[in-house]
Design a protein around this ligand. Structure first.
Ligand code: IPM
Ligand code: MN
Length: 383
């Protein structure tokens, strides 16, 4: 008797390099499923949200698109934004806020309240820091993904006059703060357990604890939410006496991500701070070309998570078969990990895909190769 689940994935290639890198991700999923009869994945591919859809229909996606996506187990998205190539002056352009809006609507619509962006440089990926310890960086940046600075509340008065005034309100609730900080502690604990399994333990703080959560705020200047985060963090930390705690102001965190990033383990930050820190963290990984990302709702698996690389549409190289697909493939591995929490075949596939990308980077990371050539190598090595 077979009990495996058939996973239903909504594939959204999006704009720019999105379709090129997503094509490699779909090929990888096909190859993984073809070589493991226990892994069953079906997907539907949509040409929205995208600039092309907007050009045709006056909106980025059909009005019921969130309802339609809600029927899937997960969403795999390439990139949104300027479709490129920049050599085409007549390409259809939208304001950044309009072209990226679906990303934020999907995160909010399915209450994907965690954004996880792991930082673990792979051999062969560009290394921007000269210090050899940069090879040992292993951190997970956890970004609050449902509120904070991204609530889109505010407005402009007296537009275009000398009296013009703009407000942009940030909202921090106890509920969202509690759940994101708790999630950070849960992840710290499970990372420590995973390190113990492979005999690679780390120590943090005077008490030599095996994992750490670093809270990031700007409480010296923005005390209301900063103090609330700090108090809730201290309360939750009592439930995790085995996890070391730490706090950094966001500006100092930026500095330390450059001077000694290997000292961090789990980092938890607000929506905007997490956004900024994860571009910096992507550089520690070797750049946007190798930096995966996941938007999750850990408490409600009935709502689809969204897996999208940290990179954007890269309009300067779009449509030229030049984009590196590693970030998209590592993002796909994160999707398989998430599926793997229920399905051992998906868990195995996630490990295989990540290892194949890592081997390819180690062997060829310094060469510049066309998108499909990287895809062929990674996928060929899966068989
Ligand atoms: C990201 C992006 C988005 C964000 C933009 C495109 C709205 O920068 O996923 O990090 O700020 O969340
Ligand atoms: Mn960003």
């Amino acid at each position: 008797m077979t009990t495996e689940k058939t996973w239903r994935i909504a594939v959204l290639p999006g704009d720019g390099i999105g379709p090129e890198v997503v094509q490699q991700a779909v090929r990888a999923l096909d190859a993984l499923a073809a070589s493991d009869s226990d892994l069953a994945i079906e997907y539907d591919r949509f040409d929205w949200p995208s600039h092309a859809w907007h050009q045709k229909h006056g909106e980025s996606a059909p009005s019921d698109y969130l309802e339609r996506l809600g029927e899937y187990d997960a969403i795999l998205l390439g990139a949104l934004g300027d479709p490129g190539p920049t050599s085409d002056p007549d390409r259809y352009l939208l304001s950044d806020a309009d072209s990226l809006a679906p990303l934020l609507d999907i995160r909010k619509g399915f209450d994907q309240w965690v954004c996880e962006r792991p930082v673990r440089p792979l051999e062969g990926a560009p290394q921007y820091l000269a210090d050899p310890r940069a090879r040992d960086i292993d951190m997970l940046v956890i970004r609050e993904n449902s509120e904070g600075e991204y609530v889109n509340q505010g407005g402009r008065l007296a537009v275009g006059t000398e009296n013009e005034l703009a407000t942009q309100v940030a909202v921090f609730t106890h509920r969202a703060t509690d759940r994101i900080i708790r999630h950070a502690f849960v992840q710290a604990r499970s990372r420590a357990a995973a390190r113990t399994d492979v005999g690679n333990e780390r120590e943090f703080g005077a008490e030599k604890k095996r994992s750490q959560v670093c809270l990031v705020t700007k409480r010296n200047a923005q005390r209301f939410w900063g103090d609330m985060y700090t108090e809730i963090f201290a309360r939750i930390a009592q439930d995790y006496p085995d996890v070391a705690t730490h706090h950094e102001l966001v500006d100092a965190a930026c500095m330390k991500f450059v001077t000694h990033p290997w000292q961090f383990d789990v980092v938890v930050a607000s929506n905007l701070h997490g956004d900024i820190l994860t571009d910096l963290a992507a550089v520690l990984n070797g750049g946007m070309g190798v930096s995966p990302s996941a938007n999750l709702n850990p408490t409600d698996r009935s709502r689809p998570p969204m897996f999208e690389p940290t990179h954007g549409s890269a309009p300067d190289i779009a449509g030229q078969n030049l984009a590196g697909p590693a970030a998209m493939l590592l993002t796909t591995a994160m999707m398989l990990d998430w599926m793997g929490e229920e399905d051992p075949a998906a868990a195995r596939a996630g490990v295989r895909l990540r290892e194949s990308v890592a081997r390819d980077l180690a062997a060829h990371g310094r060469e510049s190769r066309p998108t499909n050539v990287v895809g062929d190598a990674v996928i060929g090595a899966l068989a």
